[in-house]
Write a protein that binds this ligand. Structure first.
Ligand code: CA
Length: 447
């Protein structure tokens, strides 16, 4: 079941934390996303937090205040741990109970303002960790526009394979290299076999790319052998974040057949620190529709609710900051703007239902990537591979630099937000990652 609108979404609601009410923050009182953080200036343990304006509610400190009761008290206690897995596993009732409790405690006129103020820590003084221990990470391929654009580059005569419109395509990724925003990673080396070559060489990737995706954190799991039906799928989803699936296209081009991505993908994946709950996203639902000449989903991927409100209206933005633009304090260049609703061919509920239809079990903290979210329009492509048409059309940046693929020192910044008439805008914060030179080398490979 999708969440209904309740008091926590009321657009008139304001917080006593002034920065939550400025109209531009990602984190008004209607959002209340979760993270795991620690103060950067002192040795304190990582624990759960919730964003409000430019502050974090330290859930460990809040738990000690004993303001909450019942399920909400159990929930906040689970959030004192260094990962949110146990809280995620408690399920929807616990997530909602803590959300409404926090909403009331942080509201203007709260009887507990003084106590809550003692639990606030400025976001400017913290460092973040992964919000969960990610046991398994699966990456889907849910944008038909991305699949078509990439298919044209890899297989001009046969861009979209016949299974695409029936099966939510995905592969099992690697959890060990998923890191939180701020990740810096070495340019990967791998086997590359150039056009016309028959013998590959081992070299640093010259076609390093990003992929604009959203991450889906599984909350309550399911037993092995017991599929999650589409009607119950969202009961198992804790929330969503931004995700950058860094990709080495030259390595990918040589290794991907017949089993799909492997070393081209598993060297780094960056996610934003904040998980925006599905409940916070309730005002931004949209109908899920298919073009009339496309096949309708099989029954296990279809429900009345999925059709009426299965999609999510989330605006997605990608920016590039180069070493040169950073040194000059120039604003990052926007590379693309997309929208999840336009880009995604499959909904969150469909991805979860499909992933478990064979009985595969999900665990709290498992991460699903949506796949690169490219929209139908020019300027909405979610990877350089598409923007530059495989490296053929370089992008010119505002400072005159050009890019076909990423260079050392480049940082990719992703942001996302939801805006709708009658609702307060909410955002996802930032997902930032930076490319370091290949380990052991000082040169900067160029495409
Ligand atoms: Ca991907």
């Amino acid at each position: 079941m999708t969440y209904s609108i309740n008091e926590t979404h009321d657009p008139r609601l304001k917080s006593f934390v002034a920065s939550a009410n400025d109209g531009v923050t990602d984190f008004p009182i209607q959002n209340l996303p979760f993270c795991v953080f620690s103060r950067a200036d002192v040795h304190d343990p990582f624990r759960g937090g919730v964003a409000i304006g430019d502050q974090i509610v330290d859930l460990s400190a809040l738990a000690k205040m004993h303001l909450l009761s019942g399920v909400a008290a159990q929930a906040v206690q689970a959030c004192t741990e260094p990962t949110l897995n146990r809280f995620m596993g408690m399920g929807r009732e616990a997530w909602s109970a803590l959300r409404v409790a926090l909403s009331r405690l942080l509201a203007q006129g709260s009887a507990h303002e003084g106590t809550l103020r003692a639990c606030l820590i400025p976001q400017s003084v913290v460092e973040y960790a992964l919000p969960a221990q990610i046991g398994d990470y699966t990456d889907f391929y849910a944008s038909v526009h991305h699949a078509t654009n990439v298919g044209k580059l890899f297989r001009p005569d046969n861009p979209l394979l016949p299974n695409y419109k029936w099966v939510p395509i995905g592969y099992h990724g690697r959890a060990s290299s998923v890191a939180v925003s701020g990740q810096k990673f070495y340019r990967p080396k791998g086997q590359v076999c150039g056009v016309g070559q028959t013998v590959p060489v081992l070299q640093a990737s010259k076609r390093l790319d990003y992929e604009l995706e959203m991450g889906i954190f599984i909350g309550a799991g399911n037993a092995l052998g017991e599929p999650i039906t589409i009607d119950r799928a969202e009961d198992h989803v804790f929330g969503m974040c931004l995700l950058n699936d860094w990709s080495a296209r030259d390595i990918q081009g040589w290794e991907y057949q017949p089993l799909g991505p492997f070393l081209a993908k598993n060297f780094a994946t960056t996610i934003s620190p904040w998980i925006v709950t599905l409940e916070a996203l309730a005002p931004f639902r949209a109908a899920f529709t298919r073009p009339s000449d496309d096949p309708q989903p099989l029954p296990y991927l279809s429900s009345a609710e999925n059709s009426s409100q299965g999609a999510l209206d989330i605006s997605l933005d990608v920016f590039l900051e180069t070493a040169k633009s950073r040194a000059a304090s120039d604003a990052p260049n926007q590379l693309s703007q997309a929208n999840l609703r336009e880009a995604a061919y499959w909904t969150v509920a469909q991805l979860v239902a499909h992933h478990t239809v064979n009985g595969c079990n999900m665990e709290p903290g498992d991460l699903l990537g949506t796949g690169t979210m490219s929209g139908p329009k020019e300027g909405s492509q979610g990877a350089l591979l598409e923007i530059t048409e495989g490296g053929k059309k370089p992008v010119t940046l505002s400072n005159g630099e050009t890019r076909t693929f990423l260079e050392d020192g480049d940082a990719v910044i992703m942001r996302a937000s939801c805006e709708r008439e009658g609702s307060v805008r909410i955002g996802f914060g930032e997902c930032r990652g930076e490319v370091l030179p290949t380990r052991g080398s000082t040169s900067s490979p160029r495409a």
